[in-house]
Design a protein around this ligand. Sequence first.
Ligand SMILES: NC(=O)c1ccc[n+]([C@@H]2O[C@H](COP(=O)([O-])OP(=O)(O)OC[C@H]3O[C@@H](n4cnc5c(N)ncnc54)[C@H](OP(=O)(O)O)[C@@H]3O)[C@@H](O)[C@H]2O)c1
Length: 281
Amino acid sequence: MTTALVFGGRTGLLGQALMRVLSRAGWQAIPIGRGDVDLLNLEALHQLVAQTQPQVIVNAIAYTAVDRAEDEPQEAWRINTLFPRLLGRAAGDAHLLHVSTDYVFDGRATRPYLPTDPVNPQSVYGRTKLEGEQELLRLGLPRLTIVRTAWLFGPGRTNFITRILELAQQRPVLTVVHDQVGSPTFTQDLAAALLALAKVRAFGLFHAVNAGQASWCELAEEAVRLAGLPTVVQPISSKDYPQRAKRPAYSVLDTAALTAATGITPRSWAIALREYLRSLR
Ligand SMILES: NC(=O)c1ccc[n+]([C@@H]2O[C@H](COP(=O)([O-])OP(=O)(O)OC[C@H]3O[C@@H](n4cnc5c(N)ncnc54)[C@H](OP(=O)(O)O)[C@@H]3O)[C@@H](O)[C@H]2O)c1
């Protein structure tokens, strides 16, 4: 039986999906969260790996508060950069799959981003996540997979869709930004892609997202429509919705490398969203 350590598996949006998908595949998935290990203590990480002997380690822990990171760059750096480096050093022979973000890009592309495209993060979150990738690459690990993803929704934790549906139940009109376009992604589909990458032992850099693209406004509109709510969703410009951190205007990710390695062709985000909302009912 394959044993996997799932960092973020107790409470994380993706981590919880990974726990379900890996367990269903017959793996022994061990969730690691706050209280299980001191993330910044290399010796403790070494001990955890020695005790559990995982063949696979997935890092779905991150400092994901994109706006707050602008005010807490040190804390974001510790979790998004320093911790991955320490985990990489402690991983031993295990296959380490590390999850990263579309926010490593600046959003000026005119076609979906390839894993090899130049990066240029615009926020503390994006910068610290990119540095996490770079630290891991610098270690020269023989079994390392970095998977960038984007715009996650799924069960188990508040996310953009749950927030929109909550607001839609309270208000007749919602205004949502339309000039940021990305790849909405169901955590269950991402977890399945990570499992597939682990199974075929695909090392390197990949993008894993659902197919298609949407603006936040289009995503909200579709969620409200599928939920059968009468709320009107109106587009607004990012200028009229100031946020602390700068986000890329366009961060659609190209998944051809994932398909080539695993045979998985991601389904569209709209179909995945329908399945997610059905499960909420
Ligand atoms: N969510 C998105 O839209 C999105 C988009 C692109 C990329 N990603 C990437 O996808 C991965 C998973 O994201 P997610 O949305 O699942 O994140 P999430 O729901 O915010 O979960 C993050 C996990 O990290 C844990 N964590 C954070 N700080 C910690 C600390 N100091 N000590 C111990 N645990 C800590 C959290 O534990 P607590 O619950 O105890 O805080 C939680 O389990 C991340 O690498 C993220 O950068 C996410």
